[in-house]
Design a protein around this ligand. Structure first.
Ligand SMILES: O=C(CO)[C@H](O)[C@H](O)COP(=O)(O)O
Length: 260
């Protein structure tokens, strides 16, 4: 079964599998959204079923909640958890300071709340997600449906006044209809090309009426676990300034692939 995994899925899987080792008995853990986070949830489910790992998970989307329950993870809400030991999530881009663009899967609002309410955030990613400068990936901004076109116009004016390179934005669609987030909002994707000052942009975007949150995660992520298709895994800790490398054996997870 593992032979059928694409190289990108292998890279995502090994990053997720390595990061799962950071989850310990008794922890309350934020569970991210997206294809890499889905591998994490499957790995953790296997550890619960096979190794007796006991932890509680706070999902960042209805999709993740459904998968977590399906694989046997005890799911609680953020209000029940109040504060988390750890959040593990994917990202669309990360830079050398571990600033992120997130929200490609449309779950940035819950993801940012959950990550911010955690002692530690670990990002899991394939190596292609690393960038010298954020912004090639369109920056998602969640806006309420009321007057979303006005919010869009205000954002575009703001980008012009800030002299940000790319100034166009698009409403994310789901087929013929606007994409709707778990909170009933829409997403504007900002095509910026490159972002100069991510911290400043993140703060200013959230001042625009109608904007709920943006996908820039600045100073939130502590570690990144980068996976490669050949099984290599690199873990960088921004606080400790350490980099560790090891290799993961795909065979050890045959059960995981057989079960799902
Ligand atoms: O931010 C996200 C969802 O809102 C995801 O973490 C991000 O889009 C990465 O997704 P994937 O792991 O599928 O590449």
């Amino acid at each position: 079964m593992t032979g059928e995994l694409s190289p990108i899925d292998k890279a995502k899987f090994v990053a997720a599998r390595r990061a799962a080792d950071f989850v310990e008995d008794g922890m309350k853990v934020g569970l991210g959204t997206g294809s890499t986070a889905a591998w994490l949830v499957r790995c953790l489910g296997e550890m619960v079923r096979e190794d007796g790992l006991r932890f509680r998970g706070v999902p960042t989307s209805t999709r993740t909640a459904e998968l977590a329950r399906e694989v046997g993870i005890e799911v609680i809400s953020l209000d029940e958890a109040k504060w988390l030991d750890l959040t593990i999530d994917g990202a669309d881009e990360f830079d050398a300071e571990l600033n992120l663009i997130k929200g490609g899967g449309g779950a940035l609002l819950q993801e940012k709340i959950v990550a911010t309410a955690s002692d530690q955030m670990i990002v899991i990613a394939d190596a292609a997600k690393e960038v010298a400068r954020l912004g090639a990936f369109p920056l998602p901004v969640e806006v309420i449906p009321f007057g979303w076109q006005t919010s869009q116009a205000l954002i575009e004016e703001l980008l012009i006044s800030m002299d940000v390179m790319g100034r166009n934005s698009s409403l994310r669609m789901n087929g013929d209809a606007p994409f709707v987030t778990d909170e009933g909002n829409h997403i504007l994707d900002l095509h910026l090309g490159r972002i100069g000052d991510a911290r400043q942009l993140a703060m200013i975007l959230n001042q625009v009426p109608g904007v709920v949150e943006n996908g820039l995660f600045v100073d939130i992520c502590d570690k990144v676990v980068i996976g490669y298709a050949d099984g290599r895994v690199e873990t960088r800790d921004i606080n400790e300034g350490t980099v560790t490398e090891d290799r993961l054996d795909f065979v050890e997870s045959e059960n995981l692939f057989r079960d799902l």
